[in-house]
Design a protein around this ligand. Structure first.
Ligand SMILES: Nc1ncnc2c1ncn2[C@@H]1O[C@H](COP(=O)(O)OP(=O)(O)OP(=O)(O)O)[C@@H](O)[C@H]1O
Ligand SMILES: [Mg+2]
Length: 268
């Protein structure tokens, strides 16, 4: 994913995701502090940092699962909070928020599959009911996604009949079925037995090859971050303390706080 492989035209396009001075509080606890982050289309960004530093909160605000208290979040140059109608900026209506949110897919630590639906049914549910796709179209796409995550032979299994790694791969396929432009991953391997981690990382590696797909990945797997990410952002206390290419952040970080964190996770 070096820059030379990306389309030159992306430089004129708005960022895929932009946080501008975003603040988020839970009561008196300020969790994101005037946070700025700009992610270009197709960029793979790893978010690392200590527990409680705001990584999950950042992803949740981008999914509109958490309202923000200050600043602006834009996706493809459009803010969630406002929309342009007849040349005027007006407060966003629900349809506008839904349309922007539809560009984003998220996979969580817990897979949250529908337990009473097979793998295939889990994947076609939202495309049929939210996007209005025909059952045939959604099924065709689900089959190709199951093939992509290596689970076509498990399509009629229920979540309870799948391993954690298989369930997580179904969850990734389910998010991809909505054709998101941006995929968010929040520690998707941390609930898995160690021997199942690699199969999920392998699917994410494969996604990392897709030049148009923007990825924000919260992970404690530093080796994986180094391999897949174009950029690593180190979070500390609700801000990005430093960021840069993996080789810089992992080998010559500027801040002692980053060095201490990396020592701790690499020794663990
Ligand atoms: N719904 C909530 N209500 C109150 N406080 C919250 C809520 N969600 C998160 N917090 C607090 O916000 C801070 C940031 O939490 P967040 O989950 O974003 O951290 P994180 O960087 O993802 O940590 P971890 O690596 O442990 O997942 C923490 O202090 C947490 O306790
Ligand atoms: Mg978290």
């Amino acid at each position: 994913m070096c820059d030379a492989q990306k389309e030159p035209a992306t430089s004129t396009a708005p960022p895929a995701v932009q946080f501008i001075n975003v603040t988020k509080q839970f009561g008196s606890l300020v969790v994101l502090k005037n946070l700025n982050l700009s992610v270009t289309r197709g960029e793979k960004v790893a978010l690392i940092g200590p527990s409680g530093s705001g990584k999950t909160t950042l992803l949740r605000t981008l999914m509109t699962l958490e309202p923000i208290d200050g600043g602006v979040i834009e996706v493809d140059g459009e803010a969630f909070t406002h929309e342009r109608i007849g040349g005027h900026l007006v407060p966003a209506r629900e349809a506008h928020i839904r349309r922007i949110r539809g560009k984003i897919g998220m996979v969580f630590q817990q897979f949250n599959l529908f337990p009473h639906m097979t793998a295939l049914k889990n994947i076609i549910e939202a495309p049929v009911h939210v996007l209005g796709q025909s059952r045939e179209e959604a099924t065709d796409r689900a089959v190709s996604l199951l093939r992509k995550v290596g689970l076509i032979d498990r399509k009629d299994h229920y979540p309870s009949q799948l391993s954690g790694g298989q369930q997580q791969r179904v969850a990734i396929a389910r998010a991809l079925a909505m054709r998101p432009k941006v995929m968010l991953f929040d520690e998707v391997t941390s609930a898995l037995d160690p021997e199942l981690v690699h199969e999920v990382l392998q699917v994410m590696r494969q996604l990392g090859e897709e030049q148009d797909l923007t990825m924000l990945i919260v992970t404690h797997q530093m080796g994986f971050a180094a391999e897949v990410a174009d950029r690593v952002c180190f979070f500390s206390e609700g801000s990005i303390l430093e960021q840069g290419p993996p080789e810089v952040i992992f080998h010559t970080p500027a801040h002692e706080r980053t060095r201490a964190f990396l020592r701790a996770v690499l020794d663990a």
